[in-house]
Design a protein around this ligand. Structure first.
Ligand code: PFF
Length: 514
């Protein structure tokens, strides 16, 4: 229940915390004051209200809910929470971005750095993010505010808004995917790489109207599910799409295993060429680890505010990390197997899956259209389940803090990213590209780089510091030590030292100090 926060008794932990300090929580203080005034009020009603406080409170809440003034955060079911969190993590980052970045940043060297980051930092920060959400149980800003004495921490909560910045380019890419589903069915597949290259370049450089149309459709689909809420929208979407995505990818992996290119694919992804590891590869791999696990932005924290009771946080984080990593590896292995089978180059940048995959599918005859369709469907499913998690933190913030309805909050958030999405979209076009670029870099690339390599890691540092140093040690221990057993000290060491220090070093090297 949110919206009437002032009426709730403070959480048990905060009572002991404030009792030790012989001071009252500001909310409790206000309530005491209110009762004092009411008790001394001469009217007979004031006495009755005081005596029946909890009865009156429940009655008012029910009334306010019925009238639609109080928003209720419904809770995920257990499986719903795991699938929604995995759905947030498994996205375009796994099937679109991971393969093209692996292709661009040296194959195995990139994969290895990414895997190490996931293991040493990603998992620990994921647990930290769920922990803040589970203890705060509010939107990102209010959770930080509620859990710390220093009110400045609430500014860390504004990281939740970064999701809308990611959505600026994410929605454009979902639009491309929807366009490819449509055009594979109605216009068939390009026969050779040149035609495919021309088709993709033409789409992003010249087809402004078509891109806007699909960006608009993508926006509507995402906003529809977000406005339906946690249980009816987000949980339902994930429960249907996530298993479908896994089945499609496994089917395609099994098919690709029979290709000769599969051995080359394994070799490309798992035998690192050490000479290729440089600071650029490391920065991009760490950034990608954050992006792919949906870390440092408050998406997972927002979902965790609706965590079902009695869920094992560590186990959930393990399942999500495992699923996300395995799906990225499956997508990579499958895509590179097809690429090497047909002699294509893996370094094609963001166009990789849009240029190479359709040509490859075209070589498979009639089956090709089917493969293309399910491949782009899988991409769309992955994109949509992540997109809802990118919008939800801002929506939750607007609902809780501005007390507006979910529909309004969804529309405001949608308008914001939809309009800026146009600038990302136009930045790749030939007629508008120059206007929507900064020093020759298209805004699309700027939004992408700023979020995944700067804002998400920065959010990750803040979360690690918050859980490692600000939250009371005992409170975190109580929540996690039984679940983690003897691994708890390792996790704590990682969250206090390894995660913040390594992200800090990465940031220094990013701004050129190292
Ligand atoms: N993890 C998503 C992906 O791999 O596509 C992207 C993402 C979702 C990033 C949610 C950050 C986030 F908070």
């Amino acid at each position: 229940m949110v919206g009437v926060r002032g009426l709730e008794p403070p959480a048990p932990w905060s009572q002991t915390r404030y009792a030790n300090q012989t001071a009252l929580h500001p909310v409790a203080l206000k309530r005491e004051l209110f009762f004092e005034i009411l008790k001394n009020h001469p009217c007979m009603w004031s006495g009755i209200i005081c005596k029946n406080f909890y009865f009156v409170k429940s009655f008012c809440i029910i009334l306010l809910k019925k009238l639609g003034f109080v928003m209720k955060i419904s809770r995920f079911s257990r499986i719903g929470f795991i699938l929604a969190t995995a759905g947030s993590a498994v996205g375009l980052g796994n099937i679109w971005k991971f393969p093209y970045m692996t292709g661009e940043y040296g194959g195995g060297a990139f994969v290895l750095t990414y895997l190490i980051t996931i293991l040493l930092i990603g998992f620990a920060v994921l647990v930290a993010e769920i922990t803040i959400g589970a203890l705060g149980r509010l939107d990102t800003v209010s959770s930080f505010e509620k859990l710390s004495n220093n009110k400045n921490w609430k500014y860390a909560g504004f990281m939740g808004m970064n999701g809308l910045i990611i959505m600026i380019f994410y929605s454009v890419v979902i639009g491309w995917i929807l366009h490819y589903i449509f055009s594979s069915i109605f216009y068939g597949l390009p026969e050779n790489i040149q035609t495919a290259q021309d088709k993709f370049s033409n789409l992003i450089a010249n087809e402004v109207g078509i891109q806007i149309l699909w960006h608009t459709i993508a926006t509507f689909i995402v906003l529809y599910f977000v406005h339906k809420g946690i249980k009816q929208g987000i949980e339902k979407l994930n429960i249907i799409l996530m298993p479908s995505l896994i089945i499609i990818l496994l089917g395609m992996l099994i098919y690709s295993m029979n290709l000769d290119g599969f051995a080359k694919s394994i070799n490309f992804m798992f035998s690192p060429d050490w000479s290729k590891i440089d600071s650029d590869v490391i920065i991009r791999a760490i950034g990608h680890a954050f992006f792919t696990l949906s870390l440092g932005m408050g998406a997972i924290m927002t979902y965790s505010a609706s965590l079902p009771k009695h869920i094992n946080i560590t186990k959930t984080a393990l399942i999500v990390t495992f699923m996300d990593t395995i799906i990225a590896l499956i997508a990579g292995l499958m895509i590179f197997a097809f690429l090497f089978e047909f002699g294509e180059s893996p370094s094609k940048g963001p166009g990789l899956v849009f240029i190479s995959m359709p040509v490859i599918f075209a070589q498979l005859g009639y089956m090709g259209i089917f493969f293309a369709l399910i491949f782009f469907l899988a991409l769309a499913f992955a994109g949509l389940t992540s997109a809802v998690s990118l919008v939800e933190p801002s929506v939750q913030y607007l609902i809780t803090r501005l007390k507006i309805s979910r529909l309004r909050a969804t529309v405001f958030s949608g308008i914001f990213y939809y309009i800026l999405g146009l600038s990302a979209l136009l930045s790749y076009t030939s007629s508008w590209g120059e206007i929507f670029s900064i020093s020759g870099t298209p805004l699309f690339d700027i939004y992408e780089f700023t979020t995944d390599s700067i804002l998400l890691p920065l959010g990750g540092i803040l979360m690690a510091i918050f859980v490692g140093y600000v939250l009371p040690k005992d409170q975190v221990k109580k929540l996690l030590s039984d679940e983690m057993g003897k691994y708890y000290p390792i996790w704590r060491f990682s969250i206090k030292f390894i995660a913040p220090i390594s992200i800090f070093i990465m940031m220094l090297s990013l701004i050129g100090i190292l």
